[in-house]
Design a protein around this ligand. Sequence first.
Ligand code: ADP
Ligand code: MG
Length: 246
Amino acid sequence: MPDSAPSPPRLDIRDLHRVFGGHAVVEAATLSIGAGECLCLLGPSGCGKSTTLRMIAGVERPDAGEVRLDGVRVSAPGLHVPPEARSVGLMFQDFALFPHLNVARNVAFGLDGPRPARHARAMDLLERVGMARFAAAFPHELSGGEQQRVALARALAPRPRLMLMDEPFSGLDNRLRDGIRDQTLALLREEGTAVLMVTHEPEEAMRMADRIVLMRAGRIVQTGAPHEVYNRPVDRAAAAFFSDIN
Ligand code: ADP
Ligand code: MG
C-alpha cells in the first residue's frame, strides 16, 4: 500500500490560552511549523511570546488549547506531557551551562549511549560551532558569545525534533550578533531541526525566519513570509512596529 498520508507538522498548536490574574496573556494562539522550518514569533515586549513558548516546552500549562508534536498530543485538557519527554531543545538568553562541567561534558550531558559515541557527537557539534578547541575549558573561562555557541551545541546534541529559542542573542554585543545568528541558522539547517524563535526585534526576525508570526497583546495578528509581513503590514500598528528597520 502506498504511503500517501502527508506527515503531520513538526509542531501544531491550536487555540492555546493562558490567563494570569484574570487577564488573558495568550489568546487563541494557533500556528504550525513544518520540518526544517524556522518560524519567528515576533512582537513587542509583554505581548505573550515567552508564555507561548513556555507552553510549547511544557514548563507552563495552558488553560485551554492543544499542543501536538509530530501529530502527537503533548498538551490538551487533562493531558500534560512533561518537558523532558517532549524532545524539544531549549535556548534562552541566560540559559546557563553547568559551571562544574567542561565544555565537552556540557554538550554530552543529555546524551544516551556509550561514552565514546556521546563524546564524538559532542566534539562534532563543537567543531561545527567553532568551539572544539575549548572542549576542556570551563564555562567561566568563555565569553558570552562562546557560551552561547556551546549552549547551541548542547541543545542540538540529543537531536531534538524542535528547537525553542527565546531571545537567544539579545545578551550579545552587536558586533558578535550577526555572526552567531548566521552560524546558528546554518547549523540548524544542517541538522534539519525545526525552530521556533521568539524575538522582539523585527530585523532579527527578517534575517532568520522562513515565516514570521506577528503577535500583539496576546493575539496573533499576522502570519507570512518575512517580505509579506514587512511589505504588507496588517494595520498601522504593524507598519509602525517594522518602521525602525533600516
Ligand atoms: P513577552 O515574552 O512577549 O515579553 P510574556 O509572555 O513574558 O511576554 O508575558 C506576557 C504577559 O504575561 C506580561 O504582561 C507578563 O507580565 C505576564 N506574565 C508572564 N508570566 C507571568 C506569571 N508567571 N505571572 C503573572 N503574569 C505573568
Ligand atoms: Mg519574553
